[in-house]
Design a protein around this ligand. Structure first.
Ligand SMILES: CC(C)(COP(=O)(O)OP(=O)(O)OC[C@H]1O[C@@H](n2cnc3c(N)ncnc32)[C@H](O)[C@@H]1OP(=O)(O)O)[C@@H](O)C(=O)NCCC(=O)NCCS
Length: 152
Protein backbone atom coordinates (compact mmCIF):
# COMPACT_ATOMS: atom_id res chain seq x y z
CA UNK A 1 0.00 0.00 0.00
CA UNK A 2 2.95 2.32 0.66
CA UNK A 3 6.20 2.46 -1.22
CA UNK A 4 9.46 4.11 -0.21
CA UNK A 5 11.62 5.32 -3.05
CA UNK A 6 14.35 7.73 -3.92
CA UNK A 7 12.87 10.93 -5.37
CA UNK A 8 14.94 12.22 -8.24
CA UNK A 9 12.69 14.82 -9.75
CA UNK A 10 12.23 18.42 -8.84
CA UNK A 11 8.47 18.01 -9.35
CA UNK A 12 8.30 17.04 -5.68
CA UNK A 13 9.63 20.40 -4.43
CA UNK A 14 6.21 22.07 -4.10
CA UNK A 15 4.54 19.17 -2.32
CA UNK A 16 7.46 18.74 0.08
CA UNK A 17 7.47 22.47 0.77
CA UNK A 18 3.76 22.37 1.54
CA UNK A 19 4.26 19.53 4.01
CA UNK A 20 7.29 21.29 5.54
CA UNK A 21 5.31 24.42 6.31
CA UNK A 22 2.51 22.39 7.88
CA UNK A 23 4.77 20.16 9.94
CA UNK A 24 7.64 22.39 11.13
CA UNK A 25 7.73 25.77 12.84
CA UNK A 26 11.08 26.45 11.12
CA UNK A 27 10.46 24.89 7.67
CA UNK A 28 13.01 24.59 4.92
CA UNK A 29 12.59 27.06 2.09
CA UNK A 30 11.88 25.95 -1.49
CA UNK A 31 15.43 26.97 -2.34
CA UNK A 32 16.85 24.66 0.33
CA UNK A 33 14.65 21.79 -0.86
CA UNK A 34 15.69 22.40 -4.47
CA UNK A 35 19.29 22.37 -3.31
CA UNK A 36 18.85 18.81 -2.05
CA UNK A 37 17.69 17.60 -5.46
CA UNK A 38 20.78 19.14 -7.04
CA UNK A 39 23.28 17.98 -4.42
CA UNK A 40 25.17 14.86 -5.47
CA UNK A 41 25.79 13.96 -1.83
CA UNK A 42 22.10 14.19 -0.92
CA UNK A 43 19.40 11.55 -1.16
CA UNK A 44 15.71 12.47 -1.01
CA UNK A 45 13.42 9.62 0.02
CA UNK A 46 9.65 9.67 -0.30
CA UNK A 47 6.81 7.54 1.05
CA UNK A 48 4.20 7.22 -1.67
CA UNK A 49 0.64 6.04 -1.14
CA UNK A 50 0.52 3.59 -4.03
CA UNK A 51 -3.25 3.88 -4.42
CA UNK A 52 -3.49 7.67 -4.59
CA UNK A 53 0.14 8.39 -5.67
CA UNK A 54 0.23 10.96 -2.87
CA UNK A 55 3.54 11.78 -1.18
CA UNK A 56 2.85 11.20 2.51
CA UNK A 57 6.32 11.35 3.99
CA UNK A 58 9.92 12.15 3.13
CA UNK A 59 13.46 12.26 4.37
CA UNK A 60 16.54 14.22 3.33
CA UNK A 61 19.83 12.40 3.76
CA UNK A 62 23.34 13.67 3.31
CA UNK A 63 26.19 11.25 2.66
CA UNK A 64 29.36 12.56 4.29
CA UNK A 65 32.36 10.22 4.01
CA UNK A 66 31.33 7.09 5.92
CA UNK A 67 28.38 8.74 7.59
CA UNK A 68 24.74 9.30 6.67
CA UNK A 69 23.32 12.46 8.17
CA UNK A 70 19.51 12.56 8.39
CA UNK A 71 18.67 16.18 7.71
CA UNK A 72 14.98 15.65 8.04
CA UNK A 73 12.33 12.97 8.39
CA UNK A 74 8.60 13.64 8.37
CA UNK A 75 5.24 11.95 7.89
CA UNK A 76 2.07 13.82 6.93
CA UNK A 77 -0.12 14.37 9.97
CA UNK A 78 -3.08 12.25 8.83
CA UNK A 79 -0.76 9.29 8.11
CA UNK A 80 1.01 9.18 11.47
CA UNK A 81 0.95 6.33 13.99
CA UNK A 82 0.65 3.77 11.19
CA UNK A 83 4.24 2.61 11.23
CA UNK A 84 5.41 4.78 8.32
CA UNK A 85 8.06 6.71 10.26
CA UNK A 86 9.48 3.37 11.38
CA UNK A 87 9.34 2.04 7.81
CA UNK A 88 11.26 5.07 6.55
CA UNK A 89 13.88 4.70 9.26
CA UNK A 90 14.22 0.95 8.51
CA UNK A 91 14.82 1.88 4.88
CA UNK A 92 17.53 4.39 5.84
CA UNK A 93 19.26 1.92 8.18
CA UNK A 94 19.22 -0.80 5.50
CA UNK A 95 20.45 1.67 2.88
CA UNK A 96 23.31 2.60 5.22
CA UNK A 97 24.28 -1.01 5.92
CA UNK A 98 24.03 -2.09 2.28
CA UNK A 99 26.25 0.80 1.19
CA UNK A 100 28.84 0.21 3.95
CA UNK A 101 28.31 3.45 5.87
CA UNK A 102 29.68 3.37 9.43
CA UNK A 103 27.05 5.41 11.21
CA UNK A 104 23.94 7.55 10.98
CA UNK A 105 23.76 10.92 12.74
CA UNK A 106 20.99 13.47 13.16
CA UNK A 107 19.90 16.51 15.13
CA UNK A 108 16.58 16.69 16.92
CA UNK A 109 14.85 19.28 19.07
CA UNK A 110 15.25 18.59 22.77
CA UNK A 111 11.46 18.71 23.21
CA UNK A 112 10.61 16.36 20.31
CA UNK A 113 9.78 13.37 22.47
CA UNK A 114 7.98 11.51 19.67
CA UNK A 115 10.98 11.57 17.35
CA UNK A 116 13.36 10.83 20.26
CA UNK A 117 11.27 7.79 21.15
CA UNK A 118 11.51 6.56 17.57
CA UNK A 119 15.29 7.10 17.41
CA UNK A 120 16.14 5.62 20.81
CA UNK A 121 14.15 2.48 20.16
CA UNK A 122 16.10 2.05 16.92
CA UNK A 123 19.48 2.07 18.67
CA UNK A 124 20.44 5.74 18.38
CA UNK A 125 22.43 7.14 21.27
CA UNK A 126 22.89 10.71 22.49
CA UNK A 127 26.37 12.01 21.66
CA UNK A 128 26.12 15.73 22.25
CA UNK A 129 23.97 18.82 22.63
CA UNK A 130 24.09 22.07 20.65
CA UNK A 131 22.84 24.84 22.86
CA UNK A 132 20.33 27.18 21.21
CA UNK A 133 20.80 25.54 17.80
CA UNK A 134 17.20 25.85 16.65
CA UNK A 135 15.17 28.98 16.17
CA UNK A 136 11.41 29.61 16.26
CA UNK A 137 11.34 28.65 19.06
CA UNK A 138 14.97 28.79 20.17
CA UNK A 139 15.91 25.40 21.52
CA UNK A 140 18.83 23.03 22.01
CA UNK A 141 19.55 20.32 19.46
CA UNK A 142 20.41 16.83 20.62
CA UNK A 143 22.90 15.06 18.37
CA UNK A 144 22.16 11.37 18.07
CA UNK A 145 24.17 8.62 16.44
CA UNK A 146 23.58 5.05 15.41
CA UNK A 147 26.54 2.81 14.76
CA UNK A 148 25.97 0.61 11.69
CA UNK A 149 29.04 -1.56 12.17
CA UNK A 150 27.91 -3.33 15.31
CA UNK A 151 25.07 -5.82 15.59
CA UNK A 152 22.12 -3.70 16.61
C1 LIG B 1 8.49 11.40 14.05
C2 LIG B 1 7.52 10.94 12.96
C3 LIG B 1 8.27 10.88 11.63
C4 LIG B 1 7.04 9.52 13.33
O1 LIG B 1 6.22 9.08 12.25
P1 LIG B 1 5.03 8.03 12.45
O2 LIG B 1 4.71 7.46 11.10
O3 LIG B 1 3.91 8.62 13.21
O4 LIG B 1 5.75 6.93 13.37
P2 LIG B 1 5.36 5.39 13.53
O5 LIG B 1 3.89 5.19 13.48
O6 LIG B 1 6.19 4.57 12.62
O7 LIG B 1 5.83 5.13 15.03
C5 LIG B 1 7.16 4.76 15.28
C6 LIG B 1 7.53 5.11 16.70
O8 LIG B 1 7.60 6.52 16.87
C7 LIG B 1 7.22 6.84 18.21
N1 LIG B 1 5.94 7.57 18.16
C8 LIG B 1 5.20 7.84 17.08
N2 LIG B 1 4.12 8.58 17.42
C9 LIG B 1 4.20 8.77 18.76
C10 LIG B 1 3.40 9.45 19.71
N3 LIG B 1 2.28 10.10 19.35
N4 LIG B 1 3.81 9.47 21.00
C11 LIG B 1 4.94 8.84 21.38
N5 LIG B 1 5.74 8.15 20.53
C12 LIG B 1 5.37 8.12 19.23
C13 LIG B 1 7.02 5.52 18.91
O9 LIG B 1 8.28 5.08 19.39
C14 LIG B 1 6.57 4.65 17.76
O10 LIG B 1 6.72 3.30 18.01
P3 LIG B 1 5.46 2.47 18.64
O11 LIG B 1 4.35 2.61 17.64
O12 LIG B 1 6.01 1.10 18.75
O13 LIG B 1 5.15 3.12 19.95
C15 LIG B 1 6.27 11.85 12.87
O14 LIG B 1 5.72 11.98 14.15
C16 LIG B 1 6.55 13.23 12.31
O15 LIG B 1 6.56 13.44 11.10
N6 LIG B 1 6.77 14.20 13.21
C17 LIG B 1 6.98 15.60 12.80
C18 LIG B 1 8.30 15.80 12.14
C19 LIG B 1 9.43 15.51 13.07
O16 LIG B 1 9.43 15.89 14.23
N7 LIG B 1 10.47 14.84 12.54
C20 LIG B 1 11.67 14.53 13.27
C21 LIG B 1 12.66 15.61 13.02
S1 LIG B 1 14.23 15.20 13.75
Amino acid sequence: MFEIKELKKEKYIDVIYKLETKIFTDPWTKKMIKGEFNNKLAVVLGIINKKTKELVGYSFLLNVYDEIHINNIAVKNSYRKKGLGQKLLDYIINYGKENYFSRITLEVRDSNKIALDLYYKNGFILISRRTGYYSNPKEDALILMKNLKENS
